[in-house]
Design a protein around this ligand. Structure first.
Ligand code: 2PG
Ligand code: MG
Length: 436
Protein backbone atom coordinates (compact mmCIF):
# COMPACT_ATOMS: atom_id res chain seq x y z
CA UNK A 1 0.00 0.00 0.00
CA UNK A 2 1.42 3.39 -0.99
CA UNK A 3 1.18 6.16 1.53
CA UNK A 4 -2.18 7.86 1.28
CA UNK A 5 -1.32 10.43 3.89
CA UNK A 6 1.53 12.10 2.04
CA UNK A 7 4.29 13.45 4.24
CA UNK A 8 2.18 13.18 7.37
CA UNK A 9 3.14 9.54 7.80
CA UNK A 10 6.86 10.03 7.18
CA UNK A 11 8.82 8.39 9.99
CA UNK A 12 10.87 10.98 11.87
CA UNK A 13 11.73 9.27 15.11
CA UNK A 14 12.28 5.69 16.25
CA UNK A 15 13.18 4.67 19.75
CA UNK A 16 13.38 1.35 21.60
CA UNK A 17 13.38 0.88 25.34
CA UNK A 18 13.59 -2.11 27.62
CA UNK A 19 10.32 -3.08 29.31
CA UNK A 20 9.33 -6.29 31.14
CA UNK A 21 7.00 -9.14 30.26
CA UNK A 22 4.56 -11.26 32.27
CA UNK A 23 7.35 -13.60 33.40
CA UNK A 24 9.37 -10.63 34.66
CA UNK A 25 11.80 -10.93 31.77
CA UNK A 26 13.13 -8.05 29.68
CA UNK A 27 11.64 -7.37 26.27
CA UNK A 28 11.65 -4.72 23.54
CA UNK A 29 9.21 -1.83 23.21
CA UNK A 30 9.50 0.44 20.19
CA UNK A 31 8.04 3.86 19.55
CA UNK A 32 7.66 5.36 16.09
CA UNK A 33 6.75 9.00 15.51
CA UNK A 34 5.75 10.52 12.19
CA UNK A 35 6.13 14.00 10.74
CA UNK A 36 2.56 14.83 11.75
CA UNK A 37 3.36 13.94 15.35
CA UNK A 38 1.42 10.66 15.35
CA UNK A 39 2.95 8.09 17.68
CA UNK A 40 2.78 4.30 17.54
CA UNK A 41 4.08 2.00 20.24
CA UNK A 42 4.36 -1.77 20.47
CA UNK A 43 5.94 -4.43 22.69
CA UNK A 44 7.09 -7.85 21.47
CA UNK A 45 6.18 -11.01 23.41
CA UNK A 46 8.30 -14.13 24.00
CA UNK A 47 7.53 -17.85 23.76
CA UNK A 48 8.64 -20.74 25.98
CA UNK A 49 7.59 -23.70 23.84
CA UNK A 50 9.22 -22.46 20.67
CA UNK A 51 9.44 -24.11 17.28
CA UNK A 52 13.02 -24.66 16.14
CA UNK A 53 12.29 -22.89 12.82
CA UNK A 54 11.01 -19.71 14.44
CA UNK A 55 12.84 -16.45 13.83
CA UNK A 56 15.39 -15.67 16.53
CA UNK A 57 14.45 -13.82 19.69
CA UNK A 58 17.77 -12.01 20.18
CA UNK A 59 19.10 -12.10 23.75
CA UNK A 60 22.40 -10.90 25.15
CA UNK A 61 23.54 -14.12 26.86
CA UNK A 62 25.97 -14.04 29.77
CA UNK A 63 25.10 -14.09 33.47
CA UNK A 64 22.97 -11.03 34.07
CA UNK A 65 19.17 -11.57 34.01
CA UNK A 66 19.80 -15.17 33.14
CA UNK A 67 21.27 -14.12 29.80
CA UNK A 68 17.88 -12.79 28.69
CA UNK A 69 18.62 -9.09 28.48
CA UNK A 70 17.88 -7.34 25.18
CA UNK A 71 20.50 -4.57 25.09
CA UNK A 72 21.74 -5.86 21.72
CA UNK A 73 18.25 -5.79 20.21
CA UNK A 74 17.63 -2.30 21.60
CA UNK A 75 20.90 -1.08 20.12
CA UNK A 76 19.89 -2.49 16.73
CA UNK A 77 16.60 -0.57 16.81
CA UNK A 78 18.11 2.66 18.08
CA UNK A 79 20.98 2.50 15.59
CA UNK A 80 20.84 0.60 12.34
CA UNK A 81 17.07 0.11 12.10
CA UNK A 82 16.20 3.69 13.06
CA UNK A 83 18.59 5.04 10.40
CA UNK A 84 17.21 2.68 7.75
CA UNK A 85 13.51 3.44 8.24
CA UNK A 86 13.81 7.18 8.80
CA UNK A 87 11.93 9.00 6.05
CA UNK A 88 9.87 5.94 5.03
CA UNK A 89 6.09 6.15 5.18
CA UNK A 90 4.68 4.47 8.27
CA UNK A 91 1.58 3.63 6.25
CA UNK A 92 3.52 1.73 3.62
CA UNK A 93 3.93 -1.41 5.73
CA UNK A 94 5.21 -3.49 2.83
CA UNK A 95 8.06 -1.09 2.00
CA UNK A 96 8.93 -0.68 5.66
CA UNK A 97 9.03 -4.43 6.32
CA UNK A 98 10.98 -5.04 3.12
CA UNK A 99 13.58 -2.55 4.34
CA UNK A 100 13.81 -4.42 7.65
CA UNK A 101 14.24 -7.71 5.83
CA UNK A 102 16.93 -6.19 3.58
CA UNK A 103 18.86 -5.27 6.70
CA UNK A 104 18.77 -8.85 7.95
CA UNK A 105 18.15 -11.33 5.20
CA UNK A 106 19.31 -14.33 7.26
CA UNK A 107 16.59 -16.98 7.09
CA UNK A 108 15.78 -16.71 10.78
CA UNK A 109 16.68 -13.06 11.48
CA UNK A 110 19.62 -14.14 13.59
CA UNK A 111 21.59 -10.92 13.13
CA UNK A 112 19.08 -8.24 14.21
CA UNK A 113 16.60 -10.52 15.96
CA UNK A 114 12.88 -10.85 15.28
CA UNK A 115 12.25 -8.97 18.52
CA UNK A 116 13.97 -5.78 17.31
CA UNK A 117 12.38 -5.97 13.86
CA UNK A 118 8.85 -6.79 14.99
CA UNK A 119 8.78 -4.03 17.60
CA UNK A 120 9.35 -1.49 14.82
CA UNK A 121 7.08 -3.23 12.32
CA UNK A 122 4.17 -3.20 14.79
CA UNK A 123 4.87 0.29 16.20
CA UNK A 124 4.84 1.68 12.65
CA UNK A 125 1.40 0.15 12.01
CA UNK A 126 0.07 1.86 15.14
CA UNK A 127 1.59 5.17 14.02
CA UNK A 128 0.02 4.74 10.57
CA UNK A 129 -3.41 4.08 12.08
CA UNK A 130 -3.00 7.21 14.19
CA UNK A 131 -2.05 9.27 11.10
CA UNK A 132 -5.23 8.07 9.42
CA UNK A 133 -7.24 8.71 12.57
CA UNK A 134 -8.74 5.22 12.79
CA UNK A 135 -8.29 2.26 15.15
CA UNK A 136 -5.64 -0.21 14.03
CA UNK A 137 -8.09 -3.01 13.14
CA UNK A 138 -9.92 -0.63 10.81
CA UNK A 139 -6.70 0.71 9.31
CA UNK A 140 -5.71 -2.89 8.52
CA UNK A 141 -9.05 -4.16 7.33
CA UNK A 142 -11.10 -1.16 6.25
CA UNK A 143 -14.87 -1.13 6.63
CA UNK A 144 -14.98 -4.93 6.14
CA UNK A 145 -13.18 -5.52 9.44
CA UNK A 146 -16.22 -6.66 11.39
CA UNK A 147 -15.43 -10.32 12.18
CA UNK A 148 -15.00 -10.93 15.91
CA UNK A 149 -12.86 -13.99 16.59
CA UNK A 150 -13.83 -17.12 18.48
CA UNK A 151 -11.71 -16.94 21.65
CA UNK A 152 -9.69 -20.06 22.54
CA UNK A 153 -9.26 -19.73 26.29
CA UNK A 154 -7.02 -21.87 28.45
CA UNK A 155 -8.59 -23.35 31.59
CA UNK A 156 -5.69 -25.57 32.71
CA UNK A 157 -2.12 -24.69 31.71
CA UNK A 158 0.47 -27.46 31.51
CA UNK A 159 3.63 -28.40 29.63
CA UNK A 160 6.40 -25.82 29.45
CA UNK A 161 4.11 -23.28 31.12
CA UNK A 162 3.58 -25.24 34.34
CA UNK A 163 6.82 -27.04 35.17
CA UNK A 164 5.70 -29.87 32.86
CA UNK A 165 3.08 -30.89 35.41
CA UNK A 166 1.10 -32.36 32.51
CA UNK A 167 2.47 -33.31 29.10
CA UNK A 168 -0.32 -31.56 27.20
CA UNK A 169 0.27 -27.80 27.30
CA UNK A 170 -3.10 -26.07 26.89
CA UNK A 171 -6.51 -27.37 27.93
CA UNK A 172 -8.81 -24.75 26.45
CA UNK A 173 -12.47 -24.04 25.77
CA UNK A 174 -14.19 -22.45 22.81
CA UNK A 175 -17.83 -21.37 22.68
CA UNK A 176 -19.26 -22.36 19.30
CA UNK A 177 -22.78 -21.85 20.65
CA UNK A 178 -22.28 -18.21 21.63
CA UNK A 179 -23.88 -15.50 19.55
CA UNK A 180 -21.38 -12.74 20.23
CA UNK A 181 -17.78 -12.40 21.37
CA UNK A 182 -19.00 -10.86 24.62
CA UNK A 183 -21.23 -13.85 25.28
CA UNK A 184 -18.39 -16.28 24.53
CA UNK A 185 -16.24 -14.42 27.05
CA UNK A 186 -18.97 -14.49 29.70
CA UNK A 187 -19.52 -18.23 29.23
CA UNK A 188 -15.79 -18.81 29.43
CA UNK A 189 -15.65 -16.81 32.67
CA UNK A 190 -18.21 -19.21 34.18
CA UNK A 191 -16.28 -22.29 33.08
CA UNK A 192 -13.01 -20.85 34.40
CA UNK A 193 -14.65 -20.01 37.73
CA UNK A 194 -16.20 -23.44 38.14
CA UNK A 195 -12.93 -25.15 37.22
CA UNK A 196 -11.24 -23.13 39.98
CA UNK A 197 -13.92 -24.04 42.52
CA UNK A 198 -13.57 -27.69 41.58
CA UNK A 199 -9.81 -27.63 42.06
CA UNK A 200 -10.30 -25.91 45.40
CA UNK A 201 -12.79 -28.52 46.54
CA UNK A 202 -10.26 -31.23 45.65
CA UNK A 203 -7.63 -29.44 47.71
CA UNK A 204 -5.71 -28.92 44.51
CA UNK A 205 -5.26 -25.17 44.33
CA UNK A 206 -1.70 -24.34 43.43
CA UNK A 207 -2.37 -21.00 41.75
CA UNK A 208 -2.09 -20.43 38.05
CA UNK A 209 0.39 -21.32 35.30
CA UNK A 210 2.27 -18.94 32.97
CA UNK A 211 -0.80 -18.02 30.91
CA UNK A 212 -3.24 -17.79 33.82
CA UNK A 213 -4.82 -21.26 33.53
CA UNK A 214 -5.26 -23.24 36.75
CA UNK A 215 -2.11 -25.12 37.76
CA UNK A 216 -2.86 -28.72 36.77
CA UNK A 217 -2.86 -31.25 39.57
CA UNK A 218 -3.73 -34.45 37.74
CA UNK A 219 -2.30 -37.96 37.62
CA UNK A 220 -2.90 -38.42 33.90
CA UNK A 221 -3.37 -36.08 30.96
CA UNK A 222 -6.85 -37.48 30.48
CA UNK A 223 -7.93 -36.48 34.00
CA UNK A 224 -7.63 -32.86 32.92
CA UNK A 225 -10.09 -33.55 30.09
CA UNK A 226 -12.54 -35.13 32.54
CA UNK A 227 -12.20 -32.11 34.82
CA UNK A 228 -12.76 -29.76 31.91
CA UNK A 229 -16.01 -31.48 30.91
CA UNK A 230 -17.12 -31.43 34.56
CA UNK A 231 -16.40 -27.68 34.77
CA UNK A 232 -18.40 -27.04 31.58
CA UNK A 233 -21.34 -29.01 33.04
CA UNK A 234 -21.13 -27.32 36.44
CA UNK A 235 -21.29 -24.00 34.64
CA UNK A 236 -24.54 -25.36 33.13
CA UNK A 237 -23.47 -25.50 29.51
CA UNK A 238 -23.97 -28.38 27.11
CA UNK A 239 -20.49 -29.79 26.36
CA UNK A 240 -19.83 -29.89 22.64
CA UNK A 241 -22.81 -27.75 21.73
CA UNK A 242 -22.44 -24.55 23.66
CA UNK A 243 -18.91 -24.99 24.96
CA UNK A 244 -16.33 -27.34 23.45
CA UNK A 245 -12.71 -28.29 24.10
CA UNK A 246 -9.56 -27.22 22.23
CA UNK A 247 -6.10 -28.61 23.04
CA UNK A 248 -2.58 -27.50 22.35
CA UNK A 249 -0.66 -30.73 22.80
CA UNK A 250 2.61 -28.91 21.94
CA UNK A 251 4.02 -32.35 21.11
CA UNK A 252 7.42 -31.02 20.00
CA UNK A 253 8.11 -30.46 23.70
CA UNK A 254 8.05 -34.20 24.46
CA UNK A 255 8.40 -35.85 21.07
CA UNK A 256 11.37 -36.24 18.74
CA UNK A 257 12.31 -38.70 16.02
CA UNK A 258 8.93 -40.42 16.23
CA UNK A 259 9.12 -41.12 20.02
CA UNK A 260 6.77 -39.35 22.42
CA UNK A 261 7.49 -39.49 26.15
CA UNK A 262 4.45 -38.86 28.32
CA UNK A 263 6.38 -38.20 31.53
CA UNK A 264 3.28 -37.81 33.69
CA UNK A 265 2.08 -41.25 32.73
CA UNK A 266 5.56 -42.81 32.55
CA UNK A 267 5.07 -44.20 29.06
CA UNK A 268 6.48 -43.77 25.60
CA UNK A 269 4.46 -43.84 22.38
CA UNK A 270 5.38 -43.84 18.71
CA UNK A 271 3.55 -41.55 16.25
CA UNK A 272 0.80 -44.13 15.65
CA UNK A 273 0.37 -44.55 19.39
CA UNK A 274 0.05 -40.80 19.78
CA UNK A 275 -2.59 -40.68 17.02
CA UNK A 276 -4.50 -43.54 18.62
CA UNK A 277 -4.46 -41.82 22.02
CA UNK A 278 -5.74 -38.57 20.53
CA UNK A 279 -8.37 -40.41 18.48
CA UNK A 280 -9.67 -42.04 21.67
CA UNK A 281 -9.88 -38.62 23.30
CA UNK A 282 -11.73 -37.16 20.32
CA UNK A 283 -14.28 -39.99 20.49
CA UNK A 284 -14.78 -39.61 24.22
CA UNK A 285 -14.63 -35.84 24.79
CA UNK A 286 -16.14 -32.87 22.93
CA UNK A 287 -12.83 -31.82 21.35
CA UNK A 288 -13.10 -29.60 18.27
CA UNK A 289 -9.49 -28.44 17.81
CA UNK A 290 -6.03 -29.92 18.43
CA UNK A 291 -2.83 -27.91 17.98
CA UNK A 292 0.52 -29.62 17.41
CA UNK A 293 -0.80 -33.16 17.98
CA UNK A 294 2.58 -34.41 16.75
CA UNK A 295 6.08 -33.00 16.81
CA UNK A 296 7.43 -30.39 14.40
CA UNK A 297 9.76 -33.00 12.85
CA UNK A 298 6.84 -35.30 11.94
CA UNK A 299 5.16 -33.81 8.87
CA UNK A 300 4.16 -37.30 7.72
CA UNK A 301 2.49 -38.09 11.06
CA UNK A 302 0.66 -34.76 10.84
CA UNK A 303 -0.56 -35.69 7.34
CA UNK A 304 -1.74 -39.13 8.50
CA UNK A 305 -3.55 -37.67 11.48
CA UNK A 306 -5.16 -35.02 9.27
CA UNK A 307 -6.36 -37.65 6.80
CA UNK A 308 -7.82 -39.70 9.65
CA UNK A 309 -9.34 -36.99 11.81
CA UNK A 310 -9.21 -33.69 9.96
CA UNK A 311 -12.63 -33.95 8.40
CA UNK A 312 -14.43 -32.94 11.54
CA UNK A 313 -11.51 -31.77 13.68
CA UNK A 314 -9.49 -28.57 13.47
CA UNK A 315 -5.80 -29.55 13.35
CA UNK A 316 -3.50 -26.62 14.01
CA UNK A 317 0.15 -26.24 13.07
CA UNK A 318 2.12 -24.04 15.44
CA UNK A 319 5.67 -25.39 15.89
CA UNK A 320 5.14 -27.22 12.59
CA UNK A 321 4.46 -24.08 10.55
CA UNK A 322 5.89 -21.22 12.67
CA UNK A 323 3.73 -18.69 10.77
CA UNK A 324 5.76 -19.28 7.61
CA UNK A 325 4.04 -19.13 4.20
CA UNK A 326 6.76 -21.41 2.76
CA UNK A 327 6.35 -24.09 5.45
CA UNK A 328 2.58 -23.82 5.12
CA UNK A 329 2.80 -24.53 1.38
CA UNK A 330 4.97 -27.59 2.06
CA UNK A 331 2.49 -28.83 4.65
CA UNK A 332 -0.45 -28.21 2.32
CA UNK A 333 1.24 -30.22 -0.44
CA UNK A 334 1.22 -33.19 1.97
CA UNK A 335 -2.25 -32.49 3.39
CA UNK A 336 -0.85 -31.85 6.87
CA UNK A 337 -2.95 -29.80 9.31
CA UNK A 338 -5.88 -27.63 8.25
CA UNK A 339 -5.25 -24.50 10.31
CA UNK A 340 -2.27 -22.25 10.94
CA UNK A 341 -1.40 -20.50 14.19
CA UNK A 342 -0.24 -16.94 13.47
CA UNK A 343 2.35 -15.47 15.84
CA UNK A 344 4.06 -12.38 14.41
CA UNK A 345 7.25 -12.88 16.44
CA UNK A 346 7.79 -16.27 14.84
CA UNK A 347 8.63 -14.30 11.67
CA UNK A 348 9.66 -10.76 12.65
CA UNK A 349 7.43 -8.55 10.48
CA UNK A 350 3.70 -7.97 10.12
CA UNK A 351 3.98 -8.34 6.35
CA UNK A 352 5.39 -11.89 6.52
CA UNK A 353 2.78 -12.89 9.09
CA UNK A 354 0.04 -11.51 6.88
CA UNK A 355 1.49 -13.29 3.85
CA UNK A 356 1.27 -16.56 5.78
CA UNK A 357 -2.39 -15.87 6.51
CA UNK A 358 -3.03 -15.00 2.84
CA UNK A 359 -1.34 -18.24 1.76
CA UNK A 360 -3.44 -20.13 4.30
CA UNK A 361 -6.64 -18.65 2.98
CA UNK A 362 -5.81 -19.42 -0.62
CA UNK A 363 -4.98 -23.02 0.32
CA UNK A 364 -8.21 -23.44 2.27
CA UNK A 365 -6.59 -23.37 5.70
CA UNK A 366 -8.16 -21.64 8.67
CA UNK A 367 -6.17 -19.41 11.03
CA UNK A 368 -5.81 -18.47 14.68
CA UNK A 369 -3.96 -15.35 15.78
CA UNK A 370 -2.01 -16.22 18.91
CA UNK A 371 -0.21 -14.56 21.79
CA UNK A 372 2.92 -16.01 23.41
CA UNK A 373 3.34 -17.37 26.92
CA UNK A 374 5.46 -14.33 27.83
CA UNK A 375 3.15 -11.38 27.15
CA UNK A 376 2.53 -7.75 28.08
CA UNK A 377 -0.26 -5.20 27.96
CA UNK A 378 0.26 -4.88 24.19
CA UNK A 379 -2.98 -5.61 22.27
CA UNK A 380 -1.72 -5.44 18.67
CA UNK A 381 -2.66 -9.07 17.96
CA UNK A 382 -6.33 -8.40 18.74
CA UNK A 383 -6.34 -5.80 15.97
CA UNK A 384 -4.61 -8.21 13.59
CA UNK A 385 -7.21 -10.91 14.25
CA UNK A 386 -10.10 -8.53 13.56
CA UNK A 387 -8.45 -6.41 10.86
CA UNK A 388 -7.34 -9.44 8.86
CA UNK A 389 -10.65 -11.27 9.52
CA UNK A 390 -8.87 -14.38 10.82
CA UNK A 391 -11.80 -15.63 12.89
CA UNK A 392 -10.02 -17.11 15.93
CA UNK A 393 -7.88 -15.69 18.73
CA UNK A 394 -5.81 -17.46 21.38
CA UNK A 395 -4.25 -15.37 24.12
CA UNK A 396 -4.00 -17.75 27.07
CA UNK A 397 -6.35 -17.95 30.01
CA UNK A 398 -8.88 -15.85 31.83
CA UNK A 399 -6.65 -14.33 34.50
CA UNK A 400 -3.56 -12.09 34.61
CA UNK A 401 -3.81 -8.67 33.03
CA UNK A 402 -1.54 -9.40 30.06
CA UNK A 403 -4.30 -11.84 28.96
CA UNK A 404 -7.32 -9.81 30.05
CA UNK A 405 -5.99 -6.70 28.26
CA UNK A 406 -6.51 -8.56 24.99
CA UNK A 407 -9.96 -9.98 25.72
CA UNK A 408 -11.04 -6.54 26.94
CA UNK A 409 -9.71 -4.83 23.81
CA UNK A 410 -11.79 -7.18 21.64
CA UNK A 411 -14.85 -6.38 23.77
CA UNK A 412 -14.29 -2.66 23.16
CA UNK A 413 -14.04 -3.23 19.42
CA UNK A 414 -17.18 -5.38 19.35
CA UNK A 415 -19.06 -2.63 21.16
CA UNK A 416 -17.71 0.02 18.82
CA UNK A 417 -18.80 -1.99 15.76
CA UNK A 418 -22.30 -2.27 17.19
CA UNK A 419 -24.80 -3.90 14.86
CA UNK A 420 -22.10 -4.44 12.20
CA UNK A 421 -20.11 -6.80 14.47
CA UNK A 422 -20.24 -10.46 13.42
CA UNK A 423 -19.08 -13.32 15.66
CA UNK A 424 -17.08 -15.81 13.62
CA UNK A 425 -18.47 -19.00 15.24
CA UNK A 426 -17.60 -22.49 14.03
CA UNK A 427 -17.51 -21.33 10.41
CA UNK A 428 -13.98 -20.06 11.11
CA UNK A 429 -12.70 -23.52 12.06
CA UNK A 430 -10.36 -25.64 9.95
CA UNK A 431 -11.45 -28.72 8.05
CA UNK A 432 -9.54 -31.38 6.14
CA UNK A 433 -7.95 -29.57 3.18
CA UNK A 434 -8.36 -32.70 1.03
CA UNK A 435 -12.13 -32.81 1.45
CA UNK A 436 -12.85 -29.18 0.72
C1 2PG B 1 1.84 -21.95 22.06
C2 2PG B 1 2.20 -20.70 22.85
C3 2PG B 1 1.02 -20.03 23.47
P1 2PG B 1 4.61 -20.29 23.69
O1 2PG B 1 2.52 -22.98 22.14
O2 2PG B 1 0.90 -21.91 21.28
O3 2PG B 1 0.26 -20.90 24.26
O4 2PG B 1 3.18 -20.98 23.80
O5 2PG B 1 4.42 -18.84 23.55
O6 2PG B 1 5.35 -20.67 24.95
O7 2PG B 1 5.27 -20.88 22.46
MG1 MG C 1 1.30 -23.98 20.46
Amino acid sequence: MRSAAGNASEIRFVHARRVWDSRGRPTVEAEVRTLSGAVGRAIVPAGASRGTREAIDLRDGGQRLGGLDVQGALAHVNGEIARAVMGLAADDQLALDERLIELDDTPNRSRLGANSMLAVSMAASHAAAAVHGVPLYQYLGGPDAVLLPVPQVQIFGGGAHAGRRTDVQDYMVVCPGARTFAQAIEWTAEVYRHAGLMMQARGATFGVADEGGWWPVFNTNEQALEALVAAIERARFVPGEQVAIALDVAASEFGKGGRYTLALERRELDADGMCELLTRWIEKYPIVSIEDPLAEDDLEGFARFTRAAGKSLQIVGDDLLVSSAALLRQAAARGAANTVLLKPNQRGTLTETRQCWQAARSLGYAGIVSARSGETEDTTIVHLAIGWGVGQLKVGSFARSERMAKWNEALRIEERLGARARYAGMGAFGRNPMTR
